[in-house]
Design a protein around this ligand. Sequence first.
Ligand code: GLN
Length: 190
Amino acid sequence: MSSVHAAVLALQGSVEPHLRSLHASGVDPIEVRKPEQLAGVTHLIIPGGESTTLHHLFKLHGLDTLISDRVKEGSLALLGTCAGAILMGHHPDQAPPRLGLIDVDVDRNAYGRQVHSFVDQVEWNEGPGPGTSEGVFIRAPRFTRIGDSVNVLARRENETVAVQQNRCIACCFHPELTTDPRLHRWFLGL
Ligand code: GLN
């Protein structure tokens, strides 16, 4: 994977576990906090955390436009987990503003409060699958609209919980909080 330069957006949230998963997948990731650190990065993870805070920090550094431009020109693959998935999608009226890089509407905190967080099996359709893995849902979002050109990657109880459009993946749960490196490995191959 010599042409892969992986990174985790390290402004806030679940950064360390993603770094560990990337190491377990055979790459040596960097942490991105400033625009200049994105130069040369081919695969970026936007971690879970708090999407409003992440949005503010994005804007402060101009990273929102830079990431969007790089994705649109095809030079950056993006994996967003939980708050990262919220920011990658759309929502007609809910804050924070979204990047709109995947044609899905993503509803924040869709399963309720922090105490309603849960762990359950998710079933992969393609991509890293087929097969099942553990999904950690922490104050998780839900896809409420899925565009025609979006691939469903994983489901839980007939509900879509991970999607892909081109080189963008949005995942409602936290694959980095398990020891299963399949999603990260597959992402690095995109
Ligand atoms: N509920 C958080 C938000 O709306 C996301 C939670 C997470 O990333 N685990 O930003």
